[in-house]
Design a protein around this ligand. Sequence first.
Ligand SMILES: [Fe+2]
Length: 145
Amino acid sequence: MIYWPWDESLSVGIDVIDAQHRRIVDYINDLYVAKQTKDQDKASTILTGLRDYTRTHFVFEEEVMRQSGYPLTDAHKKVHDAFALHIDHYVQQHESGKDVTAKLLSELQVWLTNHIKRDDQDYAVCVTRMTQKSWVQRTLRRFFG
Ligand SMILES: [Fe+2]
C-alpha cells in the first residue's frame, strides 16, 4: 500500500538531502497504512515521528544553506517554521481525537512536492555550486600552492 511513490523528479541532486526527503515520504506512506488499517496507536506514533524528523531535517537543511552562503536562507527558514507549526497543529488535533489523517496526507504531499521542487531545488543548485567551487579551490591549492 503506497500512497506516494518516490520519483526522481523530487531529487535535489544531493544524496543526503534526498535520503532525508525519502524518509519523510516513508513516514507519509506509513501513516497511510495506519489510516487504512484503522490503527490509531500506530498513527499517533508515526505522526510524532514525522513531526520530529521533519524538524530535524529542516534544521539540517538550514545549516547546509547557511554554510554554503545561500542568500535566501532566512526566507527558507521562515517557510520551514510555518510548516512545522502547521504539522504541530495537526498532531494536536489528532491527539484530541479528530481524524485529520486524510487531510494531513494530502496537504503534506502537495506542500512537500511544491517545496522540494521549488525552494529546495533552488538552494541545492547554490550548495552544489559552492561545494564544487571549494573542491576546485582545495584541489588547485594542493597542486599549485
Ligand atoms: Fe526546505
